[in-house]
Write a protein that binds this ligand. Structure first.
Ligand code: F6P
Length: 539
């Protein structure tokens, strides 16, 4: 079947399914059963999606017509899947076993992966043992990761999610993540930190990102002023550089032995598994970090070898394509019912929107169908008190991911156990109400209009047995592969991000005008704002 035929068959099918309400669909027990799929410790429940078993069949035909199997192999084999930058995207190699062989540019990439893991292990061991000492001889106790985008969001998310798997260390380590270009986060933390035991990780794939280098320069100035010591010594004791461009880190002054490297074929937003994950390894130890990699690898194997009808990333991708391209739903809410996953929405905003926020095909033609929706989110129970009103009674159709670790607080107090039960109940209550609308209440038809709930908002429930490094790795890899599958079907490149480049060039031009207090030759609105800014500043 051609892709156009597959799209057409789905459009025809959508005409039949569009009118079905979830309150009808959820009466069919056999349907519910057929829409639950598990891999390892993760269950995906698609029964609250506006689909019937036939929908998956036709979506699978679209995947086949798009040559998805071939494209999955290309990803794992290290083919040039990032056309515009002429690179493979080998994040799966970062979590592959040592015995794997993946050739790129005449080398087995697995060798460099394990070389970097070995270096990471050495650094982690030294810091954990209290052997990495600051300028006054005190062991390091505070780690400040300076990075942005993929060099910040992944490690920050994982460190929060997995905090209770903290590795035993000589001194308790505190972790701080700084990303904001304007210096507000850094200025706030520097007030409280002791320079003698603070270590900065400067994390930047390119080592040219101005946000990161500006924060790095402020940290360096702070250390220098506080210690009165020579820059070379401070660099040696207080800075680690993580990058794919060692020359740039050298230029910045970070000594070679304080650098961790990873390859250009690791995309920024796919880099938490590489040396960019150093804060994670420092937090949960190398054993925990390897469990995280193992969980992701298990999902990789599942994605590569499982038929589409049971393949979690493929099913997730196809369900969303159904919502976006056939049910006209262009907003996607990520709703974890666990505060440890507080940074997951921000992480997925980058993973999904920077990857698939594209409107030209791999061959440069305009796309003819909608691609990535607007995606945002919040810890579910908090969002209930913020934007759920719109989900329940607004005019927007929104698809939701409810993410729920089923087991928690086994060894904790009764009150905490009760809090977990509260979260479970609220998660189920919300997905149920969003699906069924006022069918969940008796005699709703007599209620005034402002108390009516239309329902029929589709959602997927992600039920994790529990949150641990392995399961968390699998969850993130699931989302990565979902994004790739969608990109294959939309025929777009998920591994570049040219759209963000122009903004950087524009900012440089404006910076010059601001520093020279000139109005410049911009558009009228910008010139007028510059005049206002100049009147308020003397740089
Ligand atoms: O500007 C976007 C971006 O390039 C992201 O793709 C990336 O994760 C982020 O900036 C940070 O880049 P780097 O790790 O090179 O500092």
């Amino acid at each position: 079947m051609t892709t156009e035929n597959a799209w057409r068959r789905l459009s025809e099918h959508a005409e039949e399914v569009k009118s079905l309400h979830l309150k009808e669909l959820l009466k069919d027990e056999a349907r519910i059963d057929s829409l639950k799929h598990r891999h390892d410790h993760l269950l995906l429940d698609f029964s609250k999606q506006r689909i019937v078993p036939e929908t998956f069949k036709r979506l699978a035909q679209l995947a086949e017509a798009s040559d998805l199997t071939k494209h999955i192999e290309r990803l794992f084999e290290g083919d040039i899947v990032n056309q515009s930058e002429q690179r493979p995207a080998l994040h799966t190699a970062l979590r592959a076993p040592k015995s794997t062989q993946i050739e790129y540019e005449g080398r087995n990439v697995i060798d460099e992966v394990y070389e970097s893991l070995g270096r990471m292990d050495e650094i982690v061991t030294q810091i954990h043992a209290g052997q990495w000492r600051g300028f006054s001889g005190e062991p390091i106790t505070t780690i400040v990761n300076i990075g942005v985008g993929g060099s910040d969001l992944g490690p920050m998310m994982a460190c929060k999610a997995l905090a209770e798997f903290r590795a035993p260390t000589e001194q308790k380590l505190e972790f701080i993540f700084v990303s904001s270009m304007d210096g507000s986060q850094l200025a706030e933390v520097l007030d409280h930190l002791n320079p003698a035991n603070t270590l900065f990780i400067l994390a930047s794939k390119s080592f040219t990102t101005i946000d990161t280098l500006a924060n790095g320069a402020t940290a360096r100035e702070w250390l220098c002023n506080a210690s009165g010591l020579d820059d070379a010594l401070l660099m040696k004791r207080h800075f680690i550089g993580v990058t794919a461009v060692p020359d740039k880190a050298n230029e910045w002054g970070i000594p070679c032995e304080n650098q961790l490297h990873f390859a250009q074929w690791v995309g920024g937003r796919y880099s938490l598994w590489s040396a960019i994950g150093l804060p994670i390894a420092l937090k949960i130890g190398m054993t925990g970090f390897r469990q995280l990699l193992d969980g992701a690898h298990s999902m990789d194997q599942h994605f590569r070898h499982t038929p589409f009808e049971r393949n979690l990333p493929v099913l997730l991708a196809l369900t969303e394509i159904w919502n976006i391209n056939f049910l006209d739903i262009h907003a996607h809410a990520i709703l974890p019912y666990d505060g440890r996953l507080a940074h997951l929405p921000a992480y997925l905003e980058q993973l999904e929107m920077e990857s698939n926020g594209k409107s030209v095909t791999q061959s440069g033609e305009p796309v003819t169908r909608r691609t990535c929706p607007v995606l945002w989110g919040e810890v579910g129970p908090n969002a209930q008190h913020a934007f759920y009103q719109l989900l329940h009674q607004g005019t927007e159709r929104v698809m939701c991911d409810f993410i729920l670790p089923a087991r928690r607080y086994d060894d904790h107090s009764d009150e905490l156990k009760k809090q977990h039960r509260l979260a479970l109940a609220n998660c189920l209550a919300q997905s149920r109400t969003l699906a069924l609308g006022d069918d969940v209440i008796k005699h709703a038809e007599n209620a005034p209009a402002h108390k009516r709930y239309p329902g029929n908002q589709p959602s997927t429930t992600f039920l994790l047995d529990e949150l641990n490094p392995y399961n968390f790795g699998a969850l993130i890899a699931l989302y990565e592969h979902k994004v790739y599958t969608q990109a294959v079907i939309w025929n777009i490149n998920p591994f570049d991000q040219w759209g963000v480049e122009l903004g950087k060039v524009m900012a440089n031009e404006l910076l010059e005008s601001i520093e020279n207090q000139e109005t410049g030759n911009f558009d009228g609105a910008t010139n007028a704002l510059l005049t206002e800014i100049h009147a308020l500043n003397q740089f």
